[in-house]
Design a protein around this ligand. Structure first.
Ligand SMILES: [Zn+2]
Ligand SMILES: [Zn+2]
Length: 92
């Protein structure tokens, strides 16, 4: 009787312990921070030079900051990307 009770109880307690560990215990530490610029689209703009209207082409890029976190408890990583800026290649 005692052996049967032990066998039915074991899998349940193991499952509970794993759930708690996955949900609560992370030790996220910042591993690295990367900045990247991704070109997205171009647009035309007008400017005046010597009283003549000129057309310029400007490229819009997105500046992203990507932070990589590492959890040494489970040996896994996660990344977080933030949009920092919209950049115009030309001054206008
Ligand atoms: Zn973790
Ligand atoms: Zn522009």
């Amino acid at each position: 009787m005692a052996g049967l009770f032990f066998l039915t109880l074991m899998p349940l307690s193991l499952a509970n312990a794993e759930d708690i560990e996955v949900e609560q215990q992370h030790n996220w530490e910042e591993l690295s921070t990367n900045h990247e610029v991704i070109p997205t689209e171009t647009h035309n703009y007008y400017y005046w030079k010597n009283f003549i209207r000129q057309t310029g082409t400007c490229e819009i890029s997105l500046k992203l900051e990507t932070v990589v976190y590492y959890c040494d408890l489970h040996n896994h990583t996660k990344t977080n990307s933030n949009l920092e800026e919209r950049l115009h290649s030309e001054r206008h």
